[in-house]
Design a protein. Sequence first.
Length: 436
Amino acid sequence: MMAKEAAPPARELPQAVFDPARLAAVAASGLLDTGPEGTFDDLACLAMAITGAQKAFFTVADGRRSFWKSAIGMHPSDGRENDIRDSPCHLLIGTGRELVAEDARRDPRIKDLAAVDALGIGAWAGYPVVSPDGYVLGGFCVVDKDARPFTPEQSQALRTLARSVSSEIALRQALREARASGDASAALARTLQDSLLPPSPPKVPGLDVAAVYLPADATGEAGADVVGDFYDLFRTRGKSWCAVMGDVCGKGIDAAKVTALARYTVRAEATQHASPAVVLHRLHEAMTEQQLSDRFLTAALAVFRPDAHGITGRFASGGHPPALIRRADGTVEELHAAGRLLSPLLPVGRDQFGETVFHLRPGDAVLLYTDGITEARDGRRGPLFGEDSLRRALAATSGADAAATLDRLWQEASEHSRGQAIDDTALMLLRVVPEA
């Protein structure tokens, strides 16, 4: 009887590789020794398209091997794993941070690893994939056959895609646990709200930013359905930023899949394209190609750049309610852009989204929102709060900061609906800080 192969000694690898809690998280993911899946392969293909690399991997590593859940650019005969000691993946586990080797054959961190020659690695960019409780399960990486740099935009897109893999894993684990407890919808809603909505808006130079998500509670079951509204704000190219607000039709697991696809696609594409209309077109293409669901979504997208005089940007819409600009004097203007809703059932055309240029001066603000606020009403009987009421409420907040403005808008809508929120509502306000 052959003796069981011993694990490699801990001194050869970071201690984190053998952490029992991490290994338990790897096992709980349910990904080891499973076949390729379109969800992860699509993200790997997108990484290759963005960077121009020849290979892309999503790997899950235990204490012995790095298992290739996705291995785009590899031939099936090449197998689907390598020894953890040979793979740069163990470095991601050891540090919990990304690793970019622009010249793999000279980089002292990885040049002596067997994978460099075996996989023909000239350049390697890897990003940690983490479990819901923060343990590094493996990595998401791209490989180029030649030494080369990765641009800041490409690096940001890869970070986004790695986070998307982590979010998908968290969603699956929450669903398994929820099914076991018999409370699937509530657990999924909590997980998605945590993973798909930013915990707090980032700091943007010269701007006062606030955002809020308010779940429906009209049936007394707040949180019982998976969310469909989403928003995001992130840096894109150089000093440019992107703000997006979206609303997926309906609720449930299908809506959750579309929400996840929309958020990670927008983040990835906005780092590559300065035009919001092009980003929406690419999102429509992704929905059509992946066919996750026949649900449609509406989205509003603003790409802007702060400067000494305020911000200048371009706005595009895919069937979404118009953004509202509140000028410093309290005047409210609608920000329109022609564009139809996004649906995998509709043909994809490059000219289906238009753009509108806008400029905000000190004291001005722009509001992005979903129709949960304009459709607020008492049960299903009374009149809607409506766009006119929203404009008047926004005008009445002249001079208020971003957080106070959103509080007041929701208070007005809540008073109109007698405290009943029939639909989810997301609000985001970007206000140019007034001059002293």
